[in-house]
Design a protein around this ligand. Structure first.
Ligand SMILES: [Zn+2]
Ligand SMILES: [Zn+2]
Length: 653
């Protein structure tokens, strides 16, 4: 008998279906050995040796696994194919070796990127050894994050407020959001004008179209104020319109690569409004049932079997011109591409959607379909578009109209939207046009947009701060810690988020530096590749950091947080002001004389609107446990009305 160990019961069940009686599959149910919960757990005096303990409530699982391994000839560690999976496997092997003292058992490691019969058998028949480089990279991340959290938090407690915490990657993510808010506050809108004309052909049918001002005296048109705009409008009203040039060209649009973790999270956020955490939860279910390849990856590579599978599906379901001459292979820029071998794709294109829905619910099936079409599109022919630019001369002005016609949908047939045609009438060079109306509109430049789930992931990725396994936990952690809030799909810094960020920037500039954080992530990658020693990476970070902690603890001034006043006196002591404070569970009313006066009361944030459902209660702002804003009714629980979006006015009084 052989024992296979994986991390989740669902994955164990899927594996069991494909394997015969000579195998028993058991699950660890996550990590079984980790750093202790309530102490540092790292021996900084002795090369950062981690002091691992058995994770709470895992004794029973360990006992079961030990029993099973006593009867096993070979123990196959088949945890997920990344650093986290390697570490889980490493620790269970370590424990079992202790428990099996004296008995000779073979431990092997089997890695596969999709839970299909073929992939599993291939992995089991060609097993390898535990990859200690990956284990060390995981260990280094765990230890670094533990050191930063444990050393930095007490400083924040002492200098700002009790209960605060800081994290290596999280604090830098909050910084992005705080800085964006400052850019928005500092933004000064600049006036500009858009000028165009509605024109038509002289001959019947007098088909009309719009042209836009692009050049004045052969220079790019920049209209900065009303008087300048007025002069141009006057000129254009008197001018004669003649077609100067018609430029036609055919363009190709290639499909996007198949999903990796970041692009999947971003697409699901944009299309479904999902948090990255929700997307990963759904993807986990799909992966464990064997429906998709491993969902933590930064490789866009596709296996040759995957390419063949796509080609045969396209041949069967589409006209021949939808299949490109050669399969499309995409280039992975990440150095770590070897760690997880493939992009996220379906493991079987002919799987019935009913089956996915039965095991992964409606939302799982929704994500599956998105992964399916993105992968299929990546292997389909380019879209072909005919573009026309018509340039019209009017006195010393040049105006243009652009037409676009989709000649061939290609991959757009299955992913995203097909291109909407913008038709222009048949025109000739030298043709004279009739002016119908000159159009002008005052505009102002817009401040940069606040980050959304999607654009924050993109920013983290571009700065080299994020990794497939970290985007979702980073964002959900800073939301639950109340450093940022999500209001109608946009991230706002909270007051405490801003205060902590400013404090950290002033006192721990290196930890807060984007490039430095990216460099540490790079170092972790190097450890995984065997190019750096993990203790050296941790040491070169820790030693200057801990000196800084000591000096800041001694020298930095305490930061006072101004609580927002309601304008009322404290109803309890009558002396202090009633203020709004932000705690772990949102806003509450308190007294400015706290801790001398202990007055507290629930705070409901009204937006001056009656409930659109019962018309009786007030619409109030509430937040979910994960920090996302929503609108509810003050008459809850009698009225159950709730909405993610602010109700339209009209329900207001
Ligand atoms: Zn009071
Ligand atoms: Zn109501």
């Amino acid at each position: 008998m052989n024992l296979i160990i994986v991390e989740s019961p669902t994955k164990a069940k899927t594996l069991g279906r494909y394997l015969g009686n000579e195998y028993i599959v058991k699950a660890t149910t996550g990590h079984i050995r980790d750093l202790p919960k309530s102490t540092l757990g790292v021996d900084v005096e002795h090369n950062f040796k981690p002091e691992y303990v058995i994770v709470e409530k895992k004794e029973k699982v360990i006992k079961e696994l030990t029993q099973a391994s006593k009867k096993a000839k070979t123990i196959i560690i088949a945890t997920d194919p990344d650093r986290e999976g390697e570490a889980i496997g490493f620790h269970i092997q370590w424990i079992l070796e202790q428990n099996l003292k004296g008995k000779k058992v073979d431990f092997v490691r089997a890695t596969f990127h999709e839970i299909t019969k073929e992939a599993i058998l291939n992995a089991i028949n060609n097993p390898g050894k535990m990859n200690l480089k990956l284990v060390h990279a995981q260990e280094a991340r765990r230890v670094l994050d533990r050191l930063v959290g444990y050393k930095l938090s007490p400083v924040l407690w002492k200098k700002i407020r009790r209960g605060l915490s800081a994290g290596r990657v999280q604090s830098v993510a909050v910084r992005l959001i705080v800085e964006r808010e400052k850019e928005i506050e500092a933004f000064k809108p600049v006036e500009y004008w858009e000028i165009g004309a509605q024109v038509c052909k002289v001959k019947k049918p007098k088909s009309q179209f719009r042209i836009d001002l692009v050049k004045i005296d052969d220079k790019k048109a920049e209209v900065k104020n009303g008087s300048q705009a007025q002069k141009i409008v006057k000129d254009l009203e008197k001018a004669q319109y003649e077609i100067a040039e018609i430029a036609k060209r055919e363009t190709f649009q290639n499909p996007m690569p198949p999903f990796i973790t970041s692009t999947m999270q971003r697409a699901a956020a944009n299309l479904f409004g999902w948090s990255s955490k929700k997307t990963m939860r759904e993807a986990q279910v799909l992966y464990e049932h064997g429906y998709i390849t491993y969902h933590r990856t930064d490789s866009v590579h596709l296996s040759s079997q995957a390419l063949a599978m796509a080609a045969s599906y396209i041949t069967k379901h589409f006209d021949t011109d939808y299949l490109p001459e050669t399969p499309r292979q995409f280039k992975t820029t990440s150095k770590m591409a070897q760690e997880a071998h493939e992009a996220i794709r379906p493991s079987n294109l002919n799987l019935a959607l009913d089956e996915v829905e039965a095991n992964a619910q409606k939302s799982g099936a929704k994500l599956y379909q998105l992964i399916f079409s993105r992968f299929l599109a990546s292997q389909m022919a380019a879209a072909r578009i005919a573009k026309t630019t018509v340039s019209v001369k009017a006195a010393n002005y040049l105006l243009q109209a652009k037409g676009e016609i989709q000649l061939f949908a290609g991959w757009r047939k299955v992913y995203g939207k097909e291109i909407e045609d913008v038709q222009l009438p048949e025109l000739e060079q030298g043709e004279i046009l009739d002016l119908l109306q000159v159009l002008s509109e005052q505009k102002f430049t817009q401040p940069p947009a606040r980050y959304s789930e999607s654009s924050l992931i993109k920013a983290l990725e571009q700065r080299g701060i994020g990794r497939p396994s970290t985007y979702a936990p980073t964002i959900s952690t800073i939301l639950t810690r109340n450093y940022i809030e999500k209001i109608e799909k946009q991230f706002y810094p909270t007051q405490i988020g801003t205060v902590v960020t400013e404090f950290l920037l002033k006192n721990f500039d290196k930890v807060m530096d984007y490039d430095f954080t990216a460099k540490v992530e790079q170092d972790l990658d190097d450890i995984a590749l065997g190019e750096q020693k993990w203790t050296e990476v941790v040491g070169s970070f820790y030693n200057p950091f801990v000196d800084k902690v000591k000096s800041v603890e001694k020298n930095a001034e305490r930061v006072k947080i101004e609580a927002e006043k309601t304008g009322n006196k404290c109803p309890e002591c009558g002396e202090g002001d009633e203020v709004i404070r932000v705690g772990r569970f949102g806003r509450f009313l308190s007294c400015s004389r706290f801790p001398e006066c202990k007055y507290t009361k629930n705070y409901t944030e009204k937006i001056n609107m009656k409930c659109p459902d019962c018309k009786n209660g007030d619409v109030i702002v509430r937040r979910t446990r994960s920090g996302r804003h929503f609108y509810g009714c003050s008459a809850y629980p009698n009225c159950k009305w709730a909405s993610w979006k602010k109700p339209k006015t009209g329900g207001s009084d």
